[in-house]
Design a protein around this ligand. Structure first.
Ligand code: AMP
Ligand code: MN
Ligand code: MN
Length: 348
């Protein structure tokens, strides 16, 4: 799992002082002419984009002039994140430096989450990885991977602090979006005192939490509201699944999106409308991403380690929030999940 080029911490321990020092040296040692490329995982969420752009603005404050940020796939940023400060750093993946002096990777648990950008890890002078997935596969020369961090932005702020960057509202906006996304607006188990302390530091820069939450969580087109109605309406409850802990699931096709004239990102919030089901520990949304390809979101309320299910099916994630790419029909994908659930039960 995690472990740095220097030998690294024991599994799950987070970055060592040596790891932090290597990361600081990688940034501080950059010549004035250095090209730095920031990358994050495919279908970027609030943590991927917010950590990357917030950190990018910090690098800019340090004087890094040749700086780009990108992500795999089409260069469209989901509407809720288009306002993020630092968006001017974004370029399409094909326009990103082919051989940067330093590449910094955000919120990706494995190289498979980097699509066509994976080659930059080898072509860059140095590859620095910032992440918080327990399932992180341990790629990149310098690894700042903290499975106890609530979001990658916790790690990003840790590095900005060590680099001596002073927080400002633009940097804080991205880091706050990241933190509030991955903690479900400070509701999930990962919401420790340290998370609230970090949020307090970010809010002290003057950013507006109500405005930010409305933009990233509480605004969607009317077509999406109607689409959700249909897709939630076809949810199935299987009380006997997961050894009686229960499974609730639904799916959405590209045809569903087209019928309501909606972009794919609107489906990211769908899991939240399903996982509230009291009768099921595990919830699942199967979102069509290709002809016979599906992006699967899994959530658990605590009885099942869904990252084990996801990893067994080629994906990854966290204990209570994970995902994978499924192939075949919806029924085949759900059957594979169903079969893995009993083996992923956590001790009571
Ligand atoms: P999501 O359901 O897309 O919000 O993802 C929940 C968690 O699972 C996140 O931490 C993702 O990084 C992880 N995840 C989702 N899809 C994949 C995948 N295909 N491979 C690896 N990890 C994934
Ligand atoms: Mn993410
Ligand atoms: Mn994350």
């Amino acid at each position: 799992m995690t472990g740095s080029a220097e030998g690294g911490p024991p599994d799950g321990a987070g970055p060592t002082d040596t790891d932090w020092a290597a990361a600081v040296a990688a940034v501080r040692g950059l010549p004035a002419t250095a090209r730095v490329l920031l990358i994050c995982h495919v279908n970027p969420d609030g943590d991927a984009l917010g950590s990357m752009l917030g950190f990018g603005l910090g690098l800019r404050r340090l004087g890094v002039r040749q700086l780009q940020a990108t992500f795999p796939g089409p260069p469209e940023v989901p509407e809720p994140f288009r306002w993020l400060p630092g968006s001017d750093l974004l370029v399409a993946q094909d326009d990103a430096y082919p051989d940067p002096d330093l590449v910094i990777c955000f919120d990706a648990a494995s190289e498979s989450r980097l699509g066509d950008l994976v080659d930059r890890l080898d072509k860059a002078g140095t590859a620095l990885v910032l992440d918080h997935h327990a399932s992180n596969t341990g790629f990149g020369a310098i690894q700042l991977v903290d499975p106890h961090a609530a979001a990658t932005s916790v790690v990003a702020l840790g590095l900005l602090d060590r680099l001596g960057v002073t927080l400002d509202a633009d940097i804080a906006a991205g880091l706050y979006v990241a933190l509030s996304t991955d903690t479900g607006s400070f509701r999930f188990e990962a919401t420790t005192p340290a998370v609230h302390e970090m949020a307090a530091r970010l809010l002290a820069t003057g950013i507006r939490p109500g405005e930010i939450s409305r933009k990233i969580f509480d605004t969607r087109p009317f077509g999406a509201v109607r689409l959700f109605g249909e897709v939630v309406g076809r949810a199935r409850l299987e009380p006997a699944a997961a050894a009686g802990r229960g499974l609730v699931w639904t799916y959405a096709t590209r045809e569903d999106l087209a019928r309501h004239d909606q972009p794919a990102y609107v489906l990211e919030a769908l899991i939240d409308s399903v996982r509230c089901t009291a009768e099921a520990d595990v919830s699942c949304v199967v979102k069509q991403s290709g002809d016979a390809e599906w992006a699967v979101s899994l959530r658990s309320k605590g009885a099942v380690d869904v990252s084990r299910v996801a990893m067994a099916l080629g994906g990854g994630g966290h204990r209570f929030a994970a995902g994978f790419t499924g192939r075949g029909t919806v029924d085949e994908v759900v059957e594979r999940i169903r079969a893995k659930l009993p083996g992923a039960l956590l001790p009571a």
